[in-house]
Design a protein around this ligand. Sequence first.
Ligand code: X2X
Length: 343
Amino acid sequence: MAYNRRDFLVTSASSLAVATTGLVGAPWIRRAHAAEFTYKVGTDLPASHPLNVRIQEAASAIKKETDGRMEIRVFPNNQLGGDPDMFAQLRAGALEFFTLSGANALSALVPKTAISGVGFAFKDYGQVFGALDGELGAHLRGLITKAGLVVQDKVWDNGFRQITSSTKPIASPTDLQGMKIRVPPGRLWISLFRALSAAPTSISFNEVYSSLQTKVVEGQENALAVVDTAKLYEVQKYCSLTSHMWDGFWFLGNRAAWEKLPANIRDIVSKNLNASALRQRQDVAQLNASLQKTLEGKGLKFNTPDLAPFREKLRTSGFYAEQKKFFGEEEWALLEKVTGKLA
Ligand code: X2X
């Protein structure tokens, strides 16, 4: 954010007046009064990630458009706990908003939201948002709503996930054999990496850096924007561009907290969050396309494996057949309508 000299002078003059004199009621000074509704949003990513930057952008617009009645405070970087903790807080009403991947802890409550993370399902962003802004997304949001939560329409982008490791590049499925790899908490990730013959362990994101550093695990998988903002390159040597799954965050709300908001405030909140989500998708796509160079500069060695043998391994291991059975005919059909036949 760029402040010019004039903004700075005005701000300091007002704070000085408020701090040192009884001028609080002075008409030229905007009083810092408490908002009527002060809600928290928790996220698992570092403050500099576009997820947080764009939520903050929406929060500022919401405050302005509601004349200060609604304030959303952003708590990034797992400040409020790991994903399963924040999810429990959201459900209990201790946290009003939370961004969570459908394949992550959300799938413990609504198992079918993980379908967006099926291995090698979406070929590109056109397919991703075609599905999630379309029928599949509407269906999944219906399931989330039925489970008692509130969810905003537009999903936020995490990105296509890539594998990093401290031990070796992944050039073919055999390189994954027995590899100790961290995955987020969620059934789908375990199924996917077991099908690829790796040895996956569920670890919340707040413990990823240290478990890589202490070599509890050799590797992990995440989009480049996360590898960069969470500085995972400091504790990893190789990055293999597998794009093995797409991942994104639903903007979830506690229902009781949401229903306390007057309808006009709810409209302002949703409108701004959904608009910022669309801009956030652009930011992440651009970052993920340009970060390889930056990360090479930080010492990470990249390789681009042929993906056909990975897909083949998933097919022959029965992964797709198993997932189709798990998610159900209806959901699988909605997915394949966009991706084409997977199983
Ligand atoms: O835990 C992860 O790896 C992260 C940050 O990508 C998710 O939230 C799924």
